[in-house]
Design a protein around this ligand. Structure first.
Ligand code: GLN
Ligand code: ZN
Length: 767
């Protein structure tokens, strides 16, 4: 019999369809607008999202998935877990303290950021207190608008597992020992939500998909047993996402006290389906995450519906028919935070490609259409339009390029390596480049001024001619080159003024990629990326960077780095085809980049940086899958430069910390020089060398944080370099910032780089 339809959204993008939040945040940070302005923009975004979901018919609408920075930092605020150096004195945490933790302030650097969130730092003497009432405020705010939402909290165990021990207790402190203390605060917030009228609550516990040891799994049992009485009277949903829930975790999860609903990612976690089929507990809610929160492809509605019908039989087993179907709730696989916001704003996108896609706003409609169909109200027209779009994607000639398919397939079981080993290559390169010890360089981009963005925008809109555009960009390059010469940097960059984004720039010139006008996704804080959509086989019709790199090299006698984005990063920062394995797509991109590397070399560029900023980001969550990923990822990188001469110096660059577990893969990439983001992770990177890993190639762990406006002093940088020299050979160490400078201002970059060069020179005299 038809029943009530049940639909749920795990979370929703917070930036707004036109990045409204980004602009509001940045204007507030720049002191150009008030806290009230920022709050107003944010409240408007929230209310329009709630209204959109209400209008679409979604039953379980989330709240507290909005954030001014990220939800983990919000949880740090909720718990009052502010590291003492930020000088917070208790009370409700305001913007000052919150943004100081995120971005640093004039006197204190920011907290570490990895994996798109600010990592909590916890030690034995944190005084937890209920210090941010945001969850309750958002719940009430929605309620006042007539929407009864499901408040979402980062679950207590995942919060601790995503934290790191504070300085000084790294080796000795057990984060999970804090569980009883933070649960006291969780109890307060849950009680307040209950008092405010909430009937559901969602805890995001994504760490349940990891391969957790038994003590960590036990923490889930402990935590929810402890919360049970506080949670009583509420429907409690535990959301898991990003991968399969391992069998052991599934058992623990489905027997948690006080919990009566479980959410699973059934897109990336297809094996979980088997567990559900064999041992889903009776009478509980199953939130089936069938609509992909991390990609932009339209759902295969008929396939999803048949999965739902199977699940319906299971969830309903042994239960009266009339209470059956609403225990099965159609949901998204993850928060929609990871996908673009609204396809409606893509007026320029090719119509055929557009028909293959669904962004967050469209996914809400898909979720609801599935819930309706499940309840016996199938919208036939909607389903058949979807089937037609899927069929057109399958058969479209724009998707397939046989020559590319063949070339990429041939790479699979082969190996690609440069002919000579790295130390011989470094000697050959040094003869040619003649660099001082502790050579200085930067990562690629220089500040992107408003003027520069205007020039690019106007050229794109055909408001200025190609000639005017080239002239303006060359002037910018020249300015950047002169500045670097004045600063006395050794290996120069052209500053990337022609690039909007390091992936988009290449995608636009490769075939098989499509672009959106507003398909932004939050990366961290106010930073957004607009991932290209890889819809077809990838090839390079013509050189992409040779023109600008040669122009830049002609402006200076110093070596000018060619600047490319590596295949793995292009893959990891794009929306990827879901109709072939990821490695196949990556090999195709690698072949295209290889052509570019060789063209740069022919044009006389002797240092070429191939950024693999996001190599680590693609690492599967489950350890058992790491080796396979790293193998094809590293191979893809080597393919790009396996054909260059010994004298051509290949650099690579990586963002974020935590390389220690993949250091052997990094070495296996066999780059001549690697620059690595480092300064925000307290030299964690260096410990791997301290512990004896031999690194023979050039290495430049970043000497200062570029995510913060703070200007590091010469002494501070010299101090950092000295720490590096303690574990790395003098002749392989490079001196460079953490990452590109595009988000900084010249007033920050000039003094920072000048101090950096001064520090390198100071140390050269002492060695
Ligand atoms: N070359 C790029 C830049 O400097 C690298 C950016 C990155 O690693 N995210 O902007
Ligand atoms: Zn970087």
């Amino acid at each position: 019999m038809p029943t009530e339809m049940a639909s749920h959204i795990v979370g929703y993008p917070r930036m707004g369809p036109k990045r409204e939040l980004k602009f509001a945040l940045e204007s507030f940070w720049d002191g150009k607008s008030s806290a009230e302005d920022l709050q107003k923009v944010s409240a408007d975004l929230r209310s329009s999202i709630w209204k959109q979901m209400t209008d679409a018919g979604i039953k379980h609408i989330p709240s507290n998935t909005f954030s001014y920075y990220d939800q983990v930092l919000d949880t740090t605020a909720l718990l009052g877990a502010v590291p003492p150096r930020y000088g917070w004195n208790g009370g409700e945490i305001g913007f000052d303290t919150y943004f100081s933790m995120a971005r640093g302030n004039a006197s204190v650097p920011a907290m570490e950021m990895t994996n798109h969130f600010i990592v909590p730092e916890l030690g034995p003497d944190v005084n937890f207190s209920y210090a941010s009432h945001k969850a309750v405020e958002e719940y009430k705010e929605a309620k006042a608008l007539g929407v009864d939402t499901v408040p979402v909290l980062v679950g207590p165990v995942s919060y601790l597992l995503l934290s790191k021990p504070a300085k000084g207790v790294e080796k000795t402190f057990s984060l999970l020992s804090l569980l009883p203390k933070i649960l006291l605060v969780y109890k307060e917030v849950v009680s307040e939500l209950k008092a405010a009228g909430a009937s559901w609550i969602q805890f995001d516990e994504p760490t349940l998909v990891l391969d957790l040891e038994s003590d960590k799994l036990q923490a889930f049992t402990d935590a929810y047993s402890e919360l049970e009485s506080t949670l009583s009277g509420l429907n409690v949903l535990i959301e898991t996402y990003f991968a399969d829930v391992p069998a052991a975790a599934f058992k623990i999860l489905t027997s948690l006290k006080g919990v009566n609903a479980y959410g699973f990612d059934l897109v990336r976690g297809t094996k979980t389906l088997d567990l559900i089929k064999s041992e889903f507990p009776k009478g509980k809610y199953l939130f089936a995450g069938l609509v992909d929160g991390r990609n932009i492809w339209a759902n295969d509605l008929s396939a999803s519906l048949s999965t739902l019908l199977t699940l319906e039989g299971i969830v309903g087993k042994g239960i009266q028919l009339f209470v059956r179907a609403d225990k099965l709730v159609v949901s998204t696989s993850t928060s929609l935070l990871h996908t673009a916001v609204d396809l409606v704003n893509e007026t320029k996108l090719d119509q055929e490609i557009k028909s293959w896609l669904a962004f967050a706003a469209q996914k809400i409609v898909e979720v609801n259409a599935l819930a309706k169909a499940l309840a016996g109200h199938k919208d036939e027209a909607f389903f058949s339009a979807n089937a037609a779009a899927l069929a057109s994607r399958k058969s479209s000639p724009r998707v397939t390029n046989e020559a590319v398919q063949k070339a990429a397939a041939a790479l699979k079981d082969s190996d690609h390596r440069r002919a000579t080993n790295v130390s011989a290559r470094l000697d050959a390169q040094q003869k040619k480049l003649n660099l001082p010890i502790l050579p200085t360089t930067t990562i690629g981009s220089f500040p992107q001024t408003i003027e520069l963005r205007r020039v690019r925008r106007e050229y794109k809109a055909k408001k200025i001619s190609e000639e005017e555009y080239v002239k303006a960009i060359k002037e910018e390059i020249n300015k950047v080159v002169k500045l670097q010469e004045e600063l006395d940097i050794d290996v120069l960059v052209h500053g990337e003024p022609e690039r909007n984004d390091m992936v988009e720039y290449f995608g636009e010139q490769l075939s098989g990629f499509a672009f959106t006008a507003n398909g932004w996704v939050q990366s961290y804080g106010s930073r957004c990326v607009k991932p290209p959509i890889i819809y077809g086989d990838v090839s390079r019709p013509k050189p992409m960077t040779v023109f600008w790199s040669s122009a830049a090299q002609s402006m200076t006698a110093r070596p000018m780095k060619g600047m490319l984005t590596g295949p793995v990063t292009i893959l990891n920062w794009s929306f990827v085809r879901n109709d072939q394995p990821r490695f196949e797509t990556t090999y195709q991109i690698a072949l295209a980049i290889k052509d570019e590397v060789e063209d740069l070399e022919k044009a006389g560029i002797s240092v070429i940086q191939i950024d693999e900023a996001a190599l680590r980001e693609g690492l599967p969550l489950r350890k058992s899958e790491h080796a396979f990923y790293l193998d094809w990822a590293v191979h893809s990188f080597r393919i790009t430069n396996s054909g260059v001469q010994d004298t051509t110096q290949i650099h690579t660059h990586m963002c974020y910390s935590n390389f220690n577990d993949i250091i052997h893969s990094i070495i296996d990439m066999d780059a001549d020089v690697i620059t690595i983001e480092n300064s925000r992770s307290d030299e964690k990177l260096l410990s791997v060398f301290r512990e004896g890993v031999k690194y023979g190639a050039g290495i430049g762990p970043g000497v200062y944080d570029i995510h913060s406006p703070r200007i590091p002093s010469t002494d501070e940088i010299a101090d950092r370099i000295n720490k590096m020299l303690a574990v790395l050979e003098t002749n392989i160490l490079w001196v460079n910032p953490d990452c590109g400078l595009k988000t900084r201002k010249y007033t920050e970059v000039k003094p920072a780089l000048s101090n950096m060069v001064a520090a390198a020179k100071l140390l050269r005299t002492q060695l």
